[in-house]
Design a protein around this ligand. Structure first.
Ligand code: ADP
Ligand code: MG
Length: 733
């Protein structure tokens, strides 16, 4: 009997070598193996006899290999195999399948699953491109008959058969997985304790864990294929819910723990309100007002704020962040504002100086590219409390920056960290606070340092399901309204064969006094060649197409000083056209820019295109986004471009992006700290996720007539083990 956490190499039939192959599939433990679910099920309950097959249907046929061979037609190699049941025969064909040449041996038993079709010439029925599995070798028992009998009694036929993705370049076949998983299931203890409290099980109608594992791999004969294939059998639901429940339980606990710490109770009186009013250059939108209220009331409470501010590009997050900063500064605290890049940090710095320095707040910029002397000086200002608002890159938190009295940390998170990264980031900020960055709770003992408030801002709308998982430990505010006076951006898709027309249009806009971006994709993998192409295009545009206009170039390899200079020139209107790689993606704000031409738009991700487009449409004049495409566009590419032409609603775009790319890729890289799910799928399982969150909160609310303390403790123990195993996080709990 093995523990769920036992390495798979100890499962009978695996061993260290195959364990390595499985590890590549993310299967490390027995538990992982048991949660390696079939992606499809095959109806081999009633395999068909050849004479009863009808054209047009999908059918499973168990038969014996008679002969096979490769035929080369003029167009492609076709592989044919004839299988028989007694005297009847059935031809199977695969196109372009030279790789099957040595696959079959006469006498083997095969299970075939595919579409029955009439052949082109004579009306004979055949299976076209069937999935197949060799389920018995002629040598098995000396005779094909014996093999057939043995097979009939095995896992391969006479049931609903689970089909697994194979592993190790086909070495570990579906059939192999069936045997191994079946053995593992047989070795499960007869009683598996259920870590989910009984009341929760009851609310959801969950079946016990052991039954769920058996049924998900080996469904009862009566199970509906529709439910199986949509992962909606009771067994699937149980396993999916379990995974989501323990994720949410961890996040919810984390959230409660953060709230239980000592925070700063900022005072919010008329003086502070007046100070906020003083900086506002415009009437805030209703959404900005609502969000500020949410933030302010967090700040007033004596617990640390952990809040996420979501708002589409251009929705006006910066001013809200400054308002929060004023609350802290008016209370005598310092504020750290961290941006993902130097350019963006600088932009924040310029806005902060414009908006805050005028009314007397002391703002500093601390970035890596400063001279050492200057850095030292700024650090001293920070340590002495002279600097009230410190703006920098995320390195702020890594560097040994000692604040005199840090009260609020604002993280501008255009890059979107995953939940795991953010835990680390916050932990670091905790550590900083613990070691010398002293913030003192108002009216409390000076000995206990209070946690600063944390406000995380993200520029990309996050679909609710992801927000629940990735930011489940944060409270969420949403800026869902754009400032007034914006004219919606018109987006068009144009093939690059028509670039002449596009450049003419750009010229017209510039003649009308506006500015334009031309964006060229430079993707890391091909950085060298693409950068060259971008520079070449810049030369082309500046020398040939627009020799009379002022064209600038911005890319990631430029010296930081030069980058700033170019950016500033564009901001001041000293350049008409800015040719750029994606470095302008983050937060740059030039209201006079009304055109963005994106070259090779098909190469960009949806969210990235949306972010880029958000750089225009910031002023009162109508703005235009031109998506140029060159060459053939993939199906997903088409959907991305379509979506952009259709809508500018960031939430809609985010939902579609999530659908197209899946949650892992949604955050750019797999390493973005997205929890990897064993069985759950955030798009498919939204409702279960909501239920899991609800139930997790109820469990953490404490014992009740429904849930005993003992059950809660058991669930928490299980959650901790699981988090540690799955996410390598010890600090939860
Ligand atoms: P983001 O949410 O992308 O950071 P910004 O904070 O940069 O957006 O705001 C985008 C632009 O809208 C800025 O030029 C800002 O000054 C302007 N803005 C923000 N709030 C309002 C408002 N309530 N009324 C008018 N303009 C606003
Ligand atoms: Mg911004």
């Amino acid at each position: 009997m093995l523990e769920p956490s036992t390495s798979v190499q100890y499962v009978k039939g695996i061993g260290p070598r195959l364990a390595e192959v499985l590890a590549a599939k993310g299967i490390h433990t027995l538990d992982d193996l048991l949660h390696y679910l079939p992606f499809r099920y095959e109806d081999r309950l009633n395999p068909r006899s050849i004479p009863e097959l009808r054209a047009g249907e999908m059918a499973t046929v168990i038969a014996e290999v008679r002969n096979s061979g490769l035929f080369r037609t003029r167009r492609m190699p076709i592989f044919q195999m004839t299988a028989g049941q007694g005297r009847t025969r059935l031809r199977c064909i695969w196109f372009n399948a030279a790789y099957l040449r040595d696959k079959f041996t006469p006498g083997q038993m095969v299970a075939l699953y595919g579409k029955v079709e009439q052949d082109l010439y004579g009306g004979e029925l055949q299976l076209v491109q069937p999935q197949f599995e060799i389920i018995g070798d002629p040598g098995d028992d000396g005779s094909a008959d014996a093999a057939e009998q043995k097979v009939a009694a095995s896992l391969e036929v006479g049931r609903i058969v689970p089909i697994y993705e194979s592993a190790g370049q086909g070495r570990l076949t579906p059939r192999w997985f069936r045997r191994i998983i079946h053995t593992a299931l047989e070795n499960l203890p007869p009683e598996l304790p259920d870590p989910i409290p009984a009341a929760v099980r009851r609310h959801l109608g969950l079946i016990p864990p052991r039954e769920a594992l058996w049924n998900v791999h080996w469904p009862d004969p009566g199970e509906s294929f529709e439910n199986l294939h949509s992962s909606r059998t009771p067994a699937h639901i149980r396993l999916i819910f379990e995974e989501l429940f323990f994720l949410e339980l961890g996040l919810e606990l984390k959230r409660r723990q953060q709230k239980a710490q000592t925070g700063i109770a900022f005072r919010l009186d008329d003086g502070v309100r007046a100070a906020i009013k003083k900086i506002l250059p415009f009437h805030p939108t209703a959404a900005q007002k609502r969000v500020l209220k949410e933030i302010a009331s967090d700040m007033e409470r004596p617990f640390p704020m952990r809040r996420l501010l979501q708002g589409d590009v251009g929705s006006g997050k910066t001013i809200v962040a400054f308002e929060a900063a004023i609350i802290a500064m008016e209370n005598g605290y310092q504020v750290a504002l961290m941006a993902p890049t130097e350019i963006l940090a600088q932009q924040h710095y310029f806005s902060a100086r414009r908006i805050l320095e005028g009314v007397g707040y002391r703002v500093v910029l601390l970035t890596g590219s400063l001279e050492d002397d200057r850095k030292r000086e700024i650090r001293r200002h920070i340590a002495q409390g002279n600097a009230q608002l410190v703006i920098g890159t995320h390195a702020l938190i890594e560097q040994t920056v000692g604040f005199e009295k840090l009260g609020l940390v604002i993280v501008d998170e255009q890059h979107r960290f995953g939940v795991l990264q953010r835990f680390k980031l916050m932990k670091k900020s905790d550590a900083r606070v613990g070691t010398g960055v002293l913030a003192r709770p108002v009216g409390r003992s000076l000995a206990a340092p209070a946690e600063p408030d944390v406000l995380v801002m993200t520029a990309t709308p996050i679909p609710r399901t992801l927000a629940l998982t990735l930011y489940g430990d944060l409270d969420v505010s949403v800026l869902d309204e754009m400032p007034p006076g914006r004219t919606p951006i018109l987006t068009r898709r144009v093939s690059d064969e028509r670039s002449d027309e596009v450049w003419q249009f750009v010229r017209k806009q510039v003649a009308a006094g506006h500015q334009a971006y031309v964006v060229y994709p430079v993707i890391e993998e091909n950085e060298e060649t693409e950068l060259k192409a971008a520079i070449k295009m810049f030369k082309e545009l500046s020398k040939r197409t627009f020799p009379d206009l002022r064209v600038g170039l911005l890319h990631g390899r430029l010296e930081p000083d030069l980058k700033d200079q170019v950016m500033r020139m564009f901001q001041k209107g000293e350049l008409d056209i800015l040719v750029s790689t994606t470095v302008i993606e983050v937060g740059v704000d030039v209201g006079n820019a009304t055109v963005m031409v994106i070259e090779h738009a098909e190469r960009f991700g949806l969210a990235q295109l949306h972010q880029l487009r958000g750089r225009i449409g910031r002023g009162a004049a109508k703005s235009y986004c031109v998506l140029m495409t060159g060459g053939k566009v993939s199906e997903d590419g088409e959907r991305r471009l379509d979506a952009l032409v259709r809508t500018t609603d960031g939430f809609q775009i985010a939902e579609l992006d999530l659908e197209l790319r899946g949650p892992g890729e949604f955050f750019g890289t797999r390493q973005a700290g997205m929890p990897n799910f064993q069985v759950a799928n955030l798009i498919r399982d939204r409702q279960l996720l909501e239920a899991a969150k609800r139930e997790a909160a109820a469990v953490l609310a404490g014992p009740s007539p429904e849930i005993s303390q003992e059950e809660i403790n058991r669930a928490l123990r299980h959650m901790r083990n699981r988090w540690q195993r799955t996410y390598g996080l010890v600090e939860v709990g």
